[in-house]
Design a binder for this molecule. Structure first.
Ligand SMILES: Cc1cc2nc3c(=O)[nH]c(=O)nc-3n(C[C@H](O)[C@H](O)[C@H](O)COP(=O)(O)OP(=O)(O)OC[C@H]3O[C@@H](n4cnc5c(N)ncnc54)[C@H](O)[C@@H]3O)c2cc1C
Length: 290
């Protein structure tokens, strides 16, 4: 196996396009585990470690936050420049694995691995994030909702890499909550729910709700979210919303829970996540007026 440490994105994309089974190496948390288990045997490993600025997290002039593909989960978890709904990304980063994994894994590696039980896919889908992609002499942007395609499969074409994830500004100042159910501390989610919520004068103004671990990619339904807008967030409304997501789910049986168990968990976690986000908003509204 060949190991390279290129210093430019162009070189990475060139190497990738030359050898179809070459793989980028980010934190190595998933890739090396799969190689050790004999599930993958790439002919060429291309480290992204020496590409300048790929680990940066920065606020852009329009209020977006750009997270470089090589930013570690721990750095995203403690970044304090997120505002409003953007904070769902840090909330999810804080729930990834345990400290060793958060110091090793990167956002680029996590979303390219595209495990539907991982934390970032659900969070960046709820955040309406944009994924910046580079290929040989090309760049393109796609919404997170289109980046995840299938189990462990993304919209990346051969020879392309993820450069950054951009979290758009949130003028509504939504509250967030990331609810994750695991069988063991530090594990991937059995089911997770990412919520961005703003309620004003007792009616819902913003509702973005994504569910992970329940299908081949994060489940989100903007049309069902829209039906919450302009109405009070009642128990019935939450129940109807959860029921409307069920036809979009395609859960599997695995060691983290059966498909039926996941479907039973989903409405309970949605309820808990919305209630927690609402509680956070009420507390901060109260502190704002105190
Ligand atoms: C014990 C353990 C517990 C874990 N718990 C959790 C958890 O609770 N929640 C969770 O979400 N995750 C969890 N993970 C996964 C962890 O978050 C990994 O960091 C993540 O899945 C992969 O990130 P990485 O940077 O290590 O990528 P790597 O393992 O280096 O790469 C993963 C894949 O992405 C590709 N890749 C990497 N970067 C790019 C890029 N920029 N462009 C294109 N392709 C790229 C690689 O070629 C490879 O195919 C856990 C992992 C372990 C080992």
């Amino acid at each position: 196996m060949v190991f390279s440490e290129p210093e430019t994105l162009e070189e990475v994309c060139h190497l990738l396009s030359e050898q179809p089974d070459a793989r980028c190496l980010a934190g190595g948390a998933s890739l090396v585990a799969m190689m050790n288990a004999g599930l993958l045997a790439p002919s060429h490993l291309i480290s992204l470690r020496k590409i300048p600025d790929l680990a940066n997290i920065q606020a852009l002039p329009d209020g977006s936050v750009q997270i470089g593909a090589m930013a570690r989960h721990a750095d995203v978890a403690r970044y304090d420049g997120f505002t409003g709904a953007q904070r769902i990304v840090a909330a999810a980063a804080r729930r990834i694995g345990h400290p060793a994994i958060r110091n090793m894994g990167t956002i680029g590696g996590s979303i390219c691995h595209a495990d539907p039980s991982a934390d970032y896919p659900t969070a960046i889908t709820a955040a309406d994030a944009i994924v910046n992609i580079a290929g040989s002499g090309t760049t393109r942007q796609i919404p997170a909702s289109e980046f995840f395609v299938d189990w462990l499969e993304t919209a990346l074409e051969p020879g392309e890499i993820v450069v950054s994830v951009v979290i758009p500004p949130d003028p509504s100042g939504a509250s967030v909550h990331y609810e994750k159910f695991t069988r063991a501390d530090g594990d991937f989610a059995t089911v997770s729910v990412a919520v961005c919520l703003r309620i004003l004068d007792d009616v819902v103004k913003t509702a973005r709700i994504a569910v992970g671990g329940i299908a081949e990619k994060p489940v989100r339904s903007p049309s069902d979210e829209n039906s919450l807008i302009g109405h009070p967030l009642t128990e019935d409304a939450i129940q109807d919303f959860s029921a409307s997501l069920e036809p979009l789910c395609n859960p599997i049986d695995d060691m983290r829970g059966s498909a039926d168990y996941r479907l039973m968990l989903m409405p309970r976690l949605i309820h808990r996540a919305l209630s927690q986000a609402l509680k956070t908003q009420l507390t901060s509204d109260l502190e704002g007026t105190a």
